[in-house]
Design a protein around this ligand. Structure first.
Ligand SMILES: [Cu+2]
Length: 125
């Protein structure tokens, strides 16, 4: 599928004061951009999985603005490095494509994060 640049959208996700991402599952199309806004201190974005495991999107510094344009469809998992073990994680589903969901489910996480990921995956299916 060729991304339609004219219709590309930008979605914004905030770091909340509850140590979560304001949108835990973001559904976007190929070519869309997500911006993470450091509204609360002490958080970042680190990718753990995606359709191309050897070339994941860039991670961000703590408290930094971050912007990623997603050019490959599939499921992406990211977390906040300081709070990942507490379950501060998010999914990005690009192009409604769940082909790599099994690989995402195999990523090693803390038991708390694992439980939250499972909850997100159930609501994503
Ligand atoms: Cu955090």
């Amino acid at each position: 599928m060729i991304p339609n640049i004219v219709n590309a959208k930008t979605i914004q996700i905030e770091f909340t004061e509850d140590d979560t991402f304001s949108k835990e599952i973001a559904y976007i199309d190929v070519g869309d951009t997500i911006e993470w806004l450091p509204k609360n201190e002490g958080h970042n974005v680190e990718f753990l999985g995606g359709p191309n495991m050897s070339s994941l999107p860039e991670s961000s510094e703590v408290d930094a603005f971050h912007s990623i344009t997603f050019d490959a469809s599939g499921v992406y998992l990211y977390h906040c490095e300081p709070h990942g073990n507490m379950g501060m994680l998010g999914l990005v589903i690009v192009g409604n494509d769940l082909h790599n969901l099994k690989e995402i489910e195999k990523i090693k996480l803390s038991s708390t994060a694992e439980a939250i990921l499972q909850k997100l995956i159930i609501s994503a299916k």
